[in-house]
Design a protein around this ligand. Structure first.
Ligand code: ADP
Ligand code: MG
Length: 306
């Protein structure tokens, strides 16, 4: 341990009276006061896979108008966390609130209905279908009419609407909306997946490593897309390994380690080295919000990797 317990008045031995740079998140993760509106919040989430505890009493909060990056080592539980938030898995314990109201999604469909769209690490696309059809996968537009279930698919309207949406999102590289998705480049495919999320995600958009498989230029386009989505008023959760990318686009960084949130920091007020240190456990956040070296006593526990 390092320093007194929560006593800020005594002259600290380090960089005097430093402004806290990180949210202090002792066990349980009390949220700090005076924060902006919280759109999506989770408290005490737990998920076990047999003997493996993927999420151990983790907290999470996403604020209005932000890009929140979620970072952490392989196996830290990032994907499990966002799956819990997006209905892809049902947590064993914990509470999730959307706009202040408790929700309990039993499927991604239910989360979508509530306005939460997710781009998973493994893209769910139909490669043999065209872009427009993929954008409307699972919720196609049908022609107006009175035939109920027999109403015809409205391909023309889907194409027009899809083209309009891609345009509005500034996705210029796709030339033909009728092109089959299987013929697109990785980046274009990712752009279509992100566009689909942006079209339907009215409250929250979650992306799990959207640029992991992309080149520099393609990544840039996806990043610009994320910024545009945020600027249109929908907060974005971005899981990413790419530190420069995270520092460029995130308003806050949620650091996940060994199944739980260990800190939340602002990229404007800390360094990449510090975030990496918090990720690996070399650094920790003290009770007054300073980032400091971890006490050496606890030996590193080997964790399973994904
Ligand atoms: N379906 C599963 N069955 C068993 N173990 C799993 C499953 N999914 C994830 N895990 C385990 O849970 C832990 C967290 O995994 P994951 O959420 O994928 O982490 P991350 O996305 O941070 O790499 C890892 O130890 C992983 O092996
Ligand atoms: Mg993952």
């Amino acid at each position: 341990m390092n320093g007194g317990n929560g006593n800020r008045t005594a002259g600290a031995d380090q960089d005097a009276a430093a402004v806290p740079r990180a949210d202090v998140l002792p066990a349980g993760g009390a949220t700090p006061e005076g924060e902006p509106r919280c759109v999506l919040r989770a408290t005490g989430l737990v998920k076990r896979y047999g003997n493996v505890v993927a999420i151990r009493a983790s907290d999470f909060d996403l604020r209005a108008g932000e890009v929140l990056a979620v970072v952490g080592d392989n196996g830290a539980g990032k994907s499990s966390l966002i799956k819990a938030l997006s209905g892809a898995l049902v947590p064993d314990a914990g509470v999730i609130e959307l706009d202040g109201r408790p929700v309990a999604f039993r499927s991604p469909h239910e989360a979508r209905e509530a306005g939460i769209e997710t781009v998973y690490q493994t893209l769910a696309m139909a490669p043999q279908m065209d872009i427009a059809a993929n954008l409307y996968l699972g919720r196609p537009l049908r022609r107006a009419g009175t035939l109920g279930l027999l109403r015809m698919l409205d391909h023309r309207r889907m194409r027009e609407e899809a083209a309009r949406q891609l345009d509005a999102l500034g996705i210029a590289t796709v030339q033909d909306i009728g092109q089959v998705v299987g013929s697109l480049s990785g980046g274009q495919r990712q752009a279509v997946a992100v566009a689909r999320a942006a079209m339907f995600g009215s409250r929250v958009i979650i992306m799990d490593e959207p640029t992991a498989a992309l080149g520099v230029r393609e990544s840039r386009q996806v990043l610009e897309l994320i910024a545009r989505i945020r600027d249109r008023g929908v907060p974005v959760v971005l899981i990413s390994h790419d530190m420069p990318q995270v520092f460029e686009i995130a308003d806050r960084i949620h650091i996940h380690r060994l199944g739980r949130r260990t800190a939340v920091v602002e990229p404007a007020r800390c360094s990449m080295t510090e975030v990496v240190g918090l990720m690996t456990g070399a650094l920790r956040v003290t009770e007054d919000g300073t980032i400091t070296e971890q006490a050496l006593s606890a030996p590193h526990r080997k964790e399973g990797t994904a």
